[in-house]
Write a protein that binds this ligand. Structure first.
Ligand code: ADP
Ligand code: MG
Length: 362
């Protein structure tokens, strides 16, 4: 391993603001009267990969820009260990940023784009050269070092942007939807690349995305935002299996969200009635009998078997399985996966294991 790859946070060549924890305390930001981000509490540990996940407009970029110092807070504070950070300008926070649109200098070569930040910091020539070479190697762009950004593909440009951020050995790397301009295959490759760099360089990363698959595959912990407010914070497995409310469930792939009325409890379960058929689910957050609930189930957990009747409307080949869209007599759309291939127009019945049907207050 080379020197740069083994360098640890805080060892030579200045990682400004190395920290153990970075704490966001009630971070809020309004635009006019509109609260784009409200009361974000989050403690980031050094070495963590955090994903901020939520639909467009939920406040992800606002949160990232508050952290970066590009947006002043309306309320709250940010702490790097015991030092207050939100009062510092962006350049004194020592963070690296990677944006969706790459934001490269078009008239500078790849090498000079990557070297730019080091030059600004007056890093000595020999060290600068060594670090830029190392960064080029890390993102597999040695061959492209002399080219201009306009001569590169989208994926290569995004690699330059990533190299430019990590070459400064920032104490925190902030990424705002860095892969959303890339095609599907490249997105998968770069995803792996980003995780690899995070691990091999011992980075701490905050990554913004609206793509739950990307967030689940990359992050140690996810922060799910909706309308500026945190819905849930936790590791991928936890959010996947135990979403705190139906909004998080929706985001975690529970594509069937059925607005129903809560029935009585049955043991640890709860009865819900749907078009005269009873299903038993698992209550989340104590929905009262007779109250409006949202019953959530993933397509892969909805099984063809004795239960709720429905008619097949769409059958879509997906390799090992087929995706089936069906509709109940009452007009409720259902998405499921099936190993067998039903025909359009077939009458089927579907059921679900009680633990796979989550029943939330709505
Ligand atoms: P996301 O990144 O999750 O898509 P943003 O953080 O960009 O969402 O925006 C959150 C909300 O704040 C949106 O309603 C957006 O319109 C609003 N907003 C963001 N930036 C500004 C701004 N500079 N001026 C006014 N409103 C803004
Ligand atoms: Mg955004």
């Amino acid at each position: 391993m080379t020197a740069a790859a083994t360098r640890r946070p805080g060892t030579p060549a200045g990682r400004p603001g190395r920290f153990e924890t970075l704490r966001l305390d009630g971070v809020s930001r309004s635009f006019g009267g509109h609260e784009a981000l409200a009361d974000l509490d989050l403690t980031i540990r050094r070495g963590e990969f955090i994903a901020l996940l939520g639909p467009s407009g939920c406040g992800k970029s606002t949160a990232l820009n508050c952290l970066a110092g590009l947006l002043p807070l309306t309320r709250g504070s940010i702490w790097q260990d015991e030092a207050r950070l939100d009062v510092l300008p962006p350049e004194r926070r020592g963070f690296g940023m990677v944006f969706q649109n790459y934001a490269l200098f078009p008239h500078l070569s790849v090498r000079r784009n990557i070297a730019f930040g080091l030059q600004m910091r007056k890093v000595p020539r020999a060290e600068l050269r060594r670090r830029v070479d190392e960064a080029l190697r890390l993102v597999h762009l040695q061959e492209q070092a002399g080219k201009l950004p306009g001569q590169l593909s989208g994926g290569q440009q995004q690699r330059v942007a990533i190299a430019r951020a990590v070459v400064l050995e920032p104490s925190l790397v902030l990424m705002d939807e860095p892969l959303s301009n890339l095609d599907a295959k490249l997105r998968l490759e770069m995803r792996t690349e980003i995780r690899r760099l995070h691990q091999s360089l011992g980075l701490t990363t905050v990554y913004v995305t609206h793509d739950q698959e990307e967030a689940l595959s990359l992050a140690d912990r996810l922060v799910v935002l909706r309308a500026g407010r945190v819905q849930q914070i936790g590791p991928p497995e936890q959010l996947h299996a135990e979403p705190a409310n139906w909004h998080v469930a929706d985001f975690m792939g529970y594509r069937n969200l059925l607005p129903l009325t809560a029935g009585p409890r049955r043991g640890a379960g709860i009865v819900v009635e749907i078009e005269g058929h009873e299903l038993v689910g698992t209550p989340v957050g104590d929905p009262a009998p007779g109250s409006a609930v949202m019953a959530a189930v993933r397509p892969e957990d909805l099984i063809i078997g004795p239960g709720l009747p429905a008619t097949v409307e769409v059958v879509e080949y997906q390799g090992r399985e087929v995706a089936v869209e069906a509709r109940t007599a009452g007009g409720i759309a259902l998405s499921l996966l099936s190993a067998d291939r039903p025909a359009v127009g077939d009458r089927i019945a579907v059921t679900v294991e009680p633990r796979r049907l989550l029943v939330f207050p709505s």
